[in-house]
Design a protein around this ligand. Structure first.
Ligand code: PEP
Ligand code: MG
Length: 325
């Protein structure tokens, strides 16, 4: 039973030598939670709230946001929920946007930039998150931060929201953990500066790879160049994990790479202990974790970081993973 993927969903995510890892799920709707938990997810590391917008032609109200978050919290029964603020634009666009396309949407007015350009919209969501913060273990996370000013502005707007709620006598959790995605090279190159101003990092490898390698993640013609194993990408990931531990904040990876068992040994060996992925990927990743020791994973990571090409990296990881499972 232990070896079937369903059986493994109930086992702890712990290495053979007792090193515990947190495996969480990425969701788009609160209704995705039951399935994620059934696959063994210990919480939600990435709630992509922009799907609230994409599912409807009307702009969601504060109550729409609140109802979605309250439902997610109820389904989680005490497990943590990381709510990412709106990541609209580029690949996730509203009908309004479709009618007014940008020339380079991934380099354009997307995500946190869009929120900082439309503060009433941003505040509607932040109010709902803060109101929901008293219902369970809620954390808030800003996407696509590129500069310290953006992070500070976002935090300032969140502070304004808290003050407004306080004036209205509405309950909220003032010390809600505040995190940011690390998904742009400008942050991954100097992570310490950002680590001093947030409670946690979550590395978005989908965008980090796209921006580091100059590969549009949605363009099939260049899909062959989109590779998590590129040594430059790995160096950034390593540096962000190190900066997190130096500054005493937690770091997770929530891009697709976190759910690919090929990279589990490497990420574990680089010091990652929080992975967030699509629910159905949890058992495979857990299987790798339960089949190795932290020392072996560290050796694998050291070796991988000495390679010059993604081909060497992938070949080596394939071999090492095959040997243990
Ligand atoms: C990422 O960029 O890796 C990520 C997790 O966010 P999204 O895929 O929603 O852009
Ligand atoms: Mg992203």
């Amino acid at each position: 039973h232990e070896n079937t993927l369903k059986g493994i969903a109930k086992q702890p995510a712990i290495t053979k030598d007792g090193h515990a890892v947190i495996l969480q799920a990425n969701i788009e709707f609160a209704s995705d939670i039951d399935d994620a938990v059934a696959h063994g997810a210990e919480g939600i590391g990435l709630y992509r709230t922009e799907f609230l917008y994409l599912a409807s032609t009307k702009e969601p109200t504060e109550e729409d946001h609140y109802a979605a978050y309250a439902e997610a919290i109820r389904r989680l029964g005490g497990k943590p929920l990381v709510i990412r603020t709106l990541d609209l634009g580029a690949d996730k666009y509203t009908q309004d946007r479709a009618a007014n396309p940008e020339r380079n949407p991934f380099l354009g007015d997307r995500s946190i930039r869009m929120c900082l350009h439309d503060i009433p919209m941003f505040k509607r969501q932040l109010r709902a998150i803060m109101r929901a913060s008293v219902l369970g273990d809620v954390r808030v996370m800003f996407p696509m931060i590129c500069t310290l000013m953006e992070l500070r502005q976002a935090r300032m707007i969140l502070n304004d929201v808290m003050e407004e709620l306080e004036d209205e006598g509405v309950e909220f959790r003032r010390d809600i953990p505040i995190g940011m995605m690390v998904e742009v090279p400008s942050v991954a190159i100097m992570p310490d500066v950002f680590a001093k101003e947030v409670n946690f990092f979550s590395i978005g490898t989908n965008d980090l790879i796209q921006y580091t390698l100059a590969v549009d993640r949605t363009n099939e013609k260049v899909a062959g160049l989109f590779c998590p194993a590129h040594p430059a990408v790995l160096k950034l990931i390593r540096d962000v994990i190190r900066a997190g531990s130096r500054n005493g904040i937690s770091v997770s990876v929530c891009g697709e790479m976190a759910g690919d068992p090929l990279y589990t040994l490497l990420l574990l060996g680089l010091g990652l202990n929080n992975f967030s992925m699509n629910g159905p990927d949890v058992p495979e990743v857990k299987k790798v974790i339960r089949s190795t020791t932290i020392e072996h994973a560290r050796q694998v990571a050291r070796r991988v970081m000495s390679f010059d090409s993604e081909r060497q990296v992938m070949h080596f990881l394939r071999e090492e993973t095959r040997k243990i499972i």
